[in-house]
Every structure is written in C-alpha cells, then in structure tokens.
Design a protein around this ligand. Sequence first.
Ligand code: TXA
Ligand code: MG
Length: 327
Amino acid sequence: MKTRYFSYLELESAGKLLQAAELVAFPTETVFGLGANALNAAAVKKIFVAKGRPSDNPLIVHVADFEQLSMIARDVPPVANLLMQRFWPGPLTIVLPKQPEVSEHVCAGLDTVAVRIPNHSIALELIRHAGFPLAAPSANRSGRPSATTWQAVAEDLDGLIAGLVCGEPTQFGLESTVVDAIANPPRILRPGGVSLEQLQEVCPEIEPYAPCATSSHENAVNSPGLKYRHYKPTARVIVVSAATTDSEFALAIEATSAVDYVGISTPRNPARYRSILICSNVSEYAAKLFDFFRKADLSHVDVVCCEAVDDMGIGVALLDRLRRASQ
Ligand code: TXA
Ligand code: MG
C-alpha cells in the first residue's frame, strides 16, 4: 500500500480516507495516534494488523466533543465529569462503561471503553472531518517506542497505512494518563501527561498508579496493555542515578559497548559516551526520550544510559517508561 502524506491543510482528504474505513496517523499533544473509525469493526481490525498488536489489548477512543462522548460511553459517574471538566481537552484518558455501538475490537471484549478529547487542533479537526470518534493507539509498531514525530511514524508504518498527517513533534512525548473512573475510588492504570498531584486536586481519593501490581492478574485484566512489552529500543536500556557507582556502571556495560546518555544532569564520565543529550528539565526529557531511543537504534548503539528522575509530577510517567524499556 502506498501511504499518502498530508499537511494540516489537507485534513478533508485525510478525513475521506477514514470514511473509507482506512487508517490515518495524526499528531496529538502526547504522541502520534493511528486512527480508524471506532464504530466500524473492519476499520478497527486494520489497526491491529498494521501495528502487529495483540487483539486483547484495547484501544483509546478519541472524541472531539461531549456529543461524541455520548455515542461511545454511558452512565458517566460524577467523578468522571469532574475530571473531564478540569482536564479535557488534554492528556487524560478515562475508562467508562461502553455503548453497544462501539466495535468490540476497540474494547478487546471488555464492557468498558477508554476515551479522551485530545488537546491538538489537527487531531480535533481531523475527527470533525471524519464525522465519527477515532480509535487510536500510539502510531508505532507494537513494542517499539511511541512515535513523537511524523518521521518516526513513517519509519514504523510507511506502506502499512493509508495516510499520515504530518505536524510538529508532539508536546508531551509520553502517552496520556489512563484513569479507571468506574472503580471506587477511581485509580490510575497508566501514569502519563496528567500527574497524580494534578488529579488529586479534583479527586483527592484517587488511587495512585501501582507499578508492582501491574503484572498481577487483576490489573492485567483491567488494563490489558500493561502486560505487554513496551517502549523498547533495540539497544539495551539501563537506568542510572547519582547513586550508581563507577564499578556498578562498569559491571553493567562491557568495555567495548557503544553507549549513549540522556538525562538532565551531566554524567560522571562524559568521555565514555558516544552521544550525550542533557535536557533542561524533566518535561523536556520526557518529550525527547522516545526520539532519542529511535536515533540510538538508527546509529546502532549497544546501550542507552538514562538518568533516573524524582518520582513526582511527570517524573512518575517518565520513570515508568524507563523501567519498562529497561526490562
Ligand atoms: O496519549 C495516548 O494515550 C496515545 C494517543 C494516541 O492518544 N494513545 C495511546 O494508546 O497511548 P495505546 O493503545 O498505546 O495505549 C492505550 C492504553 C493501553 O495500556 C490499554 O490497555 C489501555 O490504554 N486501555 C484501553 N482501553 C482500555 C479499557 N477499556 N480499560 C482499561 N485500559 C484500557
Ligand atoms: Mg502504545
């Protein structure tokens, strides 16, 4: 299949591809998404084929407004309404009871649906041109780092999808926070662009993300995506901190390895690294991590060293991605 590339001025044509049950990738404020008509089973099935995604991993549905929300979700709990008022449009995905019209492939057989309004003018305009909600996982081959630039989408999916709307690199660079709003109290299933501290302002009782529980059966069933391998470059990823000693470092890395480094402070032995990226803060680090992973792979590096960050704010999501990438 020949992939068509669109600019933000060609969203009507991109919308027509979606109406023809084809796949179109597009930018959001978190990462690029791979969109299909959420109400059309044949279209949604193509997402799983193009990504190589296991069919029991459900998709996030992107809507442009509250009218579209009512097409896909029902019985919205009051706490979910509060979260929507405060964080939509934005990087917060809320799990709700689903409407029967939503393709069962979107929800992987669950009776719930994960939904968000993205805070990105191209994404919103594309949904409006299409005229229906878009099921859209991150636009990468399954297991790879999410795509934060249109070039990264092309690297993974050129020839496998009908269209790609190009745009600027994404703002957050990490995916949305996923909150189960049916649970009482609500709980964070995946940390992301909206932090625990921000969520607590609206919902003080919210249950924090519990990384240790993610491999448990219960959590794997509630958010099936958590049990899969994620965000990994081909290079080995190791997470280092100020506490990592030189001998620990030497043990982790062979003398001949080509090693890259990314973090917010200068590493102890800068000469040891082939390429170094120092970011000015944790948000910039989060925004650039996946692109750094992909560049490391293109230059055939053996190891990527990533500096650990404080376990707060966006740092929780960043540490989660680092931990998964290093497993
Ligand atoms: O920022 C994002 O969330 C991006 C952009 C494109 O919106 N999308 C994204 O989608 O990261 P994906 O498919 O890579 O991750 C979706 C996550 C998975 O962990 C999946 O298991 C979970 O959301 N999920 C989807 N539907 C669910 C449901 N009904 N119940 C629980 N978890 C669900
Ligand atoms: Mg993904």
